[in-house]
Ligand binder design. Sequence first.
Ligand code: CS2
Ligand code: MN
Length: 356
Amino acid sequence: MKMTFRWFGENSDTVSLKQIRQIPGVSGIMGFLDYKAAGEVWEESEIKRFVDQVHRAGLACEVIESVNVHEDIKLGLPTRDRYIANYCETIRNLAKYGIKVIIYNFMPVFDWLRTDLAHEIPEDGSNSMYYDEKELAGLSVMDLVRSMEGGSNGFSLPGWEPERVKELEKTLSLYDGLTQEDLLTHFRYFLDGILPTCEECGVKMACHPDDPCWPIFGLPRVGYNQYWFDRIMSLNSSPCNTICLCTGSLGSNRENDVPAMIRHFGEQNRISCMHIRNIRFYGERKFREAAHNSCDGDFDMFAIVKAMHDVCPDVYVRPDHGRMIWGETGRPGYGLYDRALGTQYLMGMYEAICRS
Ligand code: CS2
Ligand code: MN
């Protein structure tokens, strides 16, 4: 297990590299160039600057997160070839600076979403992100965007960048009539276009699940259970076609048996990295994010870590969305304290498993 921490860059994160370096056992980051729009080439000079900065802080930078896939690729528009070529160039550029894994998602229009980014947890007064499908039903897409923006403490959230939001209504209408099978066909075209470049450069693509893990707003989605991930994996047999197994995203759908999915895909060598976190359910499709510990949420975190230990012990791992505790403010889900505690819990469990 290579323990890492997500870092959004100096202008976009309240957590510093120095703080990350001081968390025992954390050896690297999952990085992000926060200012890049989907479809743009990540230039060598900007990657170099980012990676050098991480290295100077004494951390590794082998995973990059959210190289976002342009909507035209998901929609299968003729312009997709240009964006696929750009994606290949980004892969080559990232590989030159030591990147081994790129995390992406294939969700139409939205990245992850919540109905409340700062839900106060009555038991202890901390804050967490919260989702209630019933509330979503009463919201228009633009209401939701406003609530995501309003609750984000001024940060632009991945997938909710202003230039994407501007085009939102138009983009949504382009998905009218597009089926899951269509989306999968476009997914295959994308993978066929980029995976040869990945193989050449030794970079793995890691698909992040849909979050929450079911179709929303009538949009087609194909990354929310074992059936669809089996289909995604069989789109292209390249060893670079892998999964970022996010326990909180997959587990938001109570039909998913997360430890079993880790075993299933890990045994096939299809997991290259993991986001590990916990959730507390308040009902069907109603949950908040919890501290990482089993006792705080509804997941069996031991079963999750044990499965990882048994089938894919070499993966990159990071804690995921944390609560805001001890008065901290910052990017929702990405404060320092709760996630740092999460790393210690996960590493403690891992050490105990290894030694027992
Ligand atoms: C992340 C996602 O914050 C999160 O939930 O796990 O934003 C993830 O980085 C993207 O979906 C990957 O493209
Ligand atoms: Mn995740």
